[in-house]
Design a protein around this ligand. Structure first.
Ligand code: BG6
Length: 466
């Protein structure tokens, strides 16, 4: 059951993911998907919308026979969230679906609506008795700030037990993000240098060339900090910074990720840059005097033995020069430079870059002796490339996460205390937002973001291309 089934997320991610899972035989035998939203639509129109989505966003096209089978299991119910008893009709609808497809009352809900609709959704589900033994996924951002996230958790807990709740952050479903754990904890080589003794700073970049893509109304309520920082960037940071977990049992892993957030200092508003691309205010649904940020750069400090004095620089933005999500760990300079006359400082600092997407892989950039007389140095790289090693396309994060949630595995989903702490870290910035500065579309964001990381320079800018 998808709430918000006429929306962008359903089209771009959820229906394509379900289709891929179906083609791989990974959905339960008696499955059916019901969409629910305020938009008026018939079953057939919903099926057509689904077919279009799959065509546009899926690596596997809607093949005729399989598609007929899949589409036959789709249905749609227009309806409200706020009215009392709104979901009684849904209850009857689901009973008929059970009868037709043998789904046996197993319920898996996905709240793909704005976060403000979540309390109504859970309340109405409870009224109709549909919450019993069900699982429910909540899309990010979870709340709007610390207070609303707490209220939301309380409202949801009135109906659902934590074991039924899956707070999704699709970055944790990415192979390359999960591989951080393998890279760090399945090798003896890297973990010994993964700390303040050897690292100067850590950079996390999630930037996009696209703008807000018609999502003006959503984005005006959200902005880059709520959309990307408190969510994806923070989750990736926890995987990078955490201590080895005792095991990958869901709560043991999440104990460690939450511990990272607990050790992080509250974000200092003076260490935040908020940018807005020129032209944003002319987008549909955007206020002509909007101060919502489409770019955010910030510095965070993690107060523990591993990371004290190693700043984490995070940045994200829309309409920048490229689409690129990556992490760079910059090593400290050598204690003494025996290559006299060569500046081994900033540009020649060795570093490790984990490319989350695109060109998924890991690169270790080091200095080497350039062949020829003398002792001249040149930068060389040691590369691991996903495609070369593993071939094929990497499955979309939503596929994996939907599967895990349906199976009831919480490992890659956020726990209440983690969400709470993430908002707490950013609350000072939400309370005292830095003034928003304009940047050129197609650039790398405002110059203030470069000043934030100076004397270093952000990796992945053209000057630092791999
Ligand atoms: C979503 C944000 O969570 O992540 C979008 O709401 C953003 O604004 C998207 O475009 C980026 O995801 P990915 O997987 O393409 O990096």
């Amino acid at each position: 059951m998808i709430f918000g089934a006429s929306g962008d997320l359903t089209k771009r991610k959820l229906l394509p993911a379900f289709w891929n899972l179906f083609l791989q035989g990974l959905l339960p035998k008696g499955f059916a998907i019901t969409g629910y939203a305020r938009t008026q639509m018939t079953d057939d129109e919903f099926r057509e919308q689904a077919r279009e989505s799959v065509k546009l966003y899926c690596r596997m096209p809607p093949d005729d026979d399989a598609w007929t089978e899949f589409a036959g299991r789709l249905s749609y119910l227009p309806g409200e969230f706020a009215n009392e008893g709104a979901m009684k009709r849904l209850e009857r609808h689901l009973a008929s679906v059970d009868e037709k497809f043998g789904t046996e009352g197993g319920r898996f809900f996905y709240a793909a609506t704005p976060t403000t609709a979540y309390p109504d959704i859970v309340r109405r589900l409870a009224e109709a008795g549909l919450h019993r033994d069900a699982k429910i996924v909540f899309e990010k951002p979870f709340g709007h700030d610390l207070a609303s996230a707490r209220e939301l958790n309380a409202a949801i807990h009135e109906v659902f037990d934590e074991s039924q709740i899956f707070r999704i952050d699709h970055y944790l479903g990415k192979e390359t993000v999960q591989n951080i754990l393998a890279f760090r904890f399945a090798n003896g080589l890297f973990e010994p240098v993964w700390n303040r003794k050897y690292l100067d700073h850590v950079e996390l970049t999630v930037v996009e060339d696209i703008g807000i893509e018609g999502r003006g109304a959503f984005y005006e309520q959200t902005g880059a900090i709520r959309d990307l920082v408190v969510t994806h960037l923070f989750q990736v940071m926890t995987f990078l910074a955490m201590e080895p977990p005792v095991s990958f049992e869901p709560n043991r892993l999440r104990d460690e990720t939450v511990k990272v957030l607990r050790s992080a200092q509250l974000c200092d508003p003076t260490q935040v840059v908020r940018g807005q691309y020129r032209g944003y205010r002319e987008e549909p649904g955007v206020a002509p005097d909007s101060t919502v940020e489409t770019f955010a750069g910030l510095k965070l400090e993690i107060d523990n033995w591993r990371w004290a004095d190693v700043p984490f620089f995070l940045r994200t933005g829309k309409r920048l020069a490229a689409k690129c999500s990556e992490i760079t760990l910059k090593f400290l300079k050598v204690p003494f430079n025996v290559f006299r006359g060569t500046d081994l400082d900033l540009p020649m600092r060795d570093h490790l870059t984990i490319r989350i997407q695109p060109n998924e892989g890991i690169t270790l950039a080091v200095n080497a002796k350039k062949p020829g007389p003398g002792l001249e140095l040149e930068r060389v790289t040691m590369d691991f490339d996903y495609e070369e090693e593993f071939g094929g396309q990497i499955a979309d994060a939503y596929e994996l996460l939907l599967l895990e949630a349906m199976e009831g595995d919480h490992t890659l989903f956020l726990r209440e205390d983690g969400v709470d702490r993430a908002w707490e870290i950013l609350q000072p910035v939400l309370d005292n937002p830095a003034p928003v500065v304009e940047y050129e579309p197609g650039s790398w964001g405002p110059a203030e973001a470069d000043a934030l990381i100076a004397p270093h320079r952000w990796h992945a800018t053209p000057a630092h291309a791999h």
